[in-house]
Design a protein around this ligand. Structure first.
Ligand SMILES: *Cc1c(COP(=O)(O)O)cnc(C)c1O
Length: 422
């Protein structure tokens, strides 16, 4: 697969180079120069998840990886299901939280870790990642114990849930958790800054496991096919994506471009509404993030928007025509959680944002699917008061509570990060 930077089309990379680097050297993001179109998409739907995923990835990566390498990656990365759970006729949830850290980010992080391990001769020594909650856990867990790689997780101190923090800050070993005195955008800025420092990049073999890394997004494309396969029928499929950094939506748009039978995407955000406002007005105005119930989506300067913008060649009208969108406040999200609970479906705040926007945007005769991106128990602190009852913790989470936190504080300052990394 040939990739080019969103900022300098002449700046090319192979898939393995792009996975190794994360960010392009000009500060842009790597995106496929050409998206393949699968004329047999309908036949692909008949395969099971593993066989279909290996086939799709082979078509993207066949020029760099052997079929058996691709099959091995798929087998070892995707060891858990992505069930489509009906909520009521015409509405279902694609549950993406059945991996080891109980959020959809396991798909991308586990695939990326295995791609980098395949490429062992040039394995980077430091994987630097900023997290608003779930990325840190997925990345730490995916890389924990991998030879010759150090994982450094930056997160906003006091702004991730205690359970989320325990998922990445209790690992130890080759995982270092840095609690940044700031918000998620500060963490993201520090990571970007580190990648613009050639000294750090070359001396530390720095790479990123954030969704700026194309390997993660390629893995996420696979479950959009899975959603289409499970829903069946002929009704137009409308998929709502709870969005923060917009990697998940980009992966969905890629899946659609390859021919996955998805009629339309619904962009769903919380009060961090930079993209919905852009779609409304044509004016793109990043701004500081605000804290919400769905904290993994508290992003004021979404890094993957650059890729989506490039995919539509910057044509605002085309984007506005292709997408639907909406914003949900915390109060509305709580109401959606209560409404769904009454129907027998327990949603986490992120899935609930997507469901709320979807319900407002769905038209007669369409089949609505919202992405349930995290296990509700990860957010029991906010869900329990809303629901008025306890949510049982799955074993993967309850075991963590007994473990000590191994994080270090860090000022939101580029020089401080550099000192800590060297
Ligand atoms: C990261 C995350 C999101 C946002 O995904 P993006 O790809 O950044 O838009 C949504 N929900 C949960 C639970 C997440 O962890």
């Amino acid at each position: 697969m040939k990739l080019a930077s969103t900022r300098t089309p002449a700046l090319r990379a192979t898939f393995l180079e792009a996975a190794r680097r994360g960010l392009a050297p000009d500060g842009g993001l790597f995106a496929p120069v050409e998206v393949p179109r699968f004329a047999d998409a309908a036949d692909l739907l008949k395969l099971d998840f593993q066989a279909r995923s290996a086939e799709i990835l082979h078509r993207f990566l066949g020029d760099e990886l052997s079929r058996s390498d691709v099959e091995g990656l798929v087998r070892s990365a995707f060891t858990f299901p992505a069930p489509l759970v009906p909520v009521r006729p015409g509405l279902s949830a694609l549950e993406l939280f059945h991996g080891p850290t109980l959020a959809f980010k396991d798909f991308g992080a586990r695939f990326l870790a295995r791609v980098l391990a395949l490429d062992a001769g040039t394995t980077p020594r430091t994987v630097l990642t900023a997290t608003s909650g779930d990325t840190g856990a997925a990345v730490a867990c995916a890389f924990l114990g991998l030879q010759g790689v150090r994982v450094v997780v930056l997160y906003p101190a006091g702004r991730v849930s205690p359970l989320q923090e325990r998922q990445f800050a209790t690992c130890g070993g080759n995982v270092l958790a840095l609690a940044v005195d700031g918000v998620f955008d500060d963490c993201q800025r520090l990571v970007k800054g580190a990648f613009e420092d050639p000294d750090l990049v070359s001396r530390q073999g720095l790479t990123s496991a954030n969704s700026i890394n194309i390997a993660r997004l390629l893995a996420q494309l696979l479950y959009y096919y899975e959603a289409a396969a499970q829903v069946g029928g002929d009704a137009p499929r409308v998929v709502a994506v709870p969005s923060g950094n917009f990697g998940n939506l980009y992966a969905g748009l890629l899946a659609q471009a390859t021919g996955a039978p998805i009629h339309r995407f619904v962009v769903a955000t919380n009060a961090n509404r930079v993209v919905p406002d852009y779609l409304d007005t044509g004016e793109y105005r990043p701004r500081p993030s605000v804290a919400t119930l769905s904290n993994a989506m508290d992003v004021g300067a979404p890094s993957n928007w650059e890729r989506i913008h490039a995919l539509f060649r910057g044509d605002h009208d085309a984007m506005a025509a292709a997408l639907r969108w909406g914003v949900r406040s915390d109060a509305e999200t709580r109401q959606t959680i209560l409404d769904l609970d009454r129907e027998g479906y327990l949603a986490d705040p992120h899935g609930a944002v997507a469901c709320g926007v979807l319900q407002a945007q769905l038209r007669e005769g369409e089949q609505g699917i919202f992405l349930a991106t995290a296990h509700p128990a990860k957010f029991c602190e906010s869900l329990e008061p809303t629901l008025g009852r306890e949510i049982p913790l799955p074993r993967a989470l309850s075991d963590l509570l007994a473990k000590p936190l191994l994080c270090e504080p860090l000022a939101a300052d580029q020089a401080a990060l550099k000192r800590r990394l060297l």
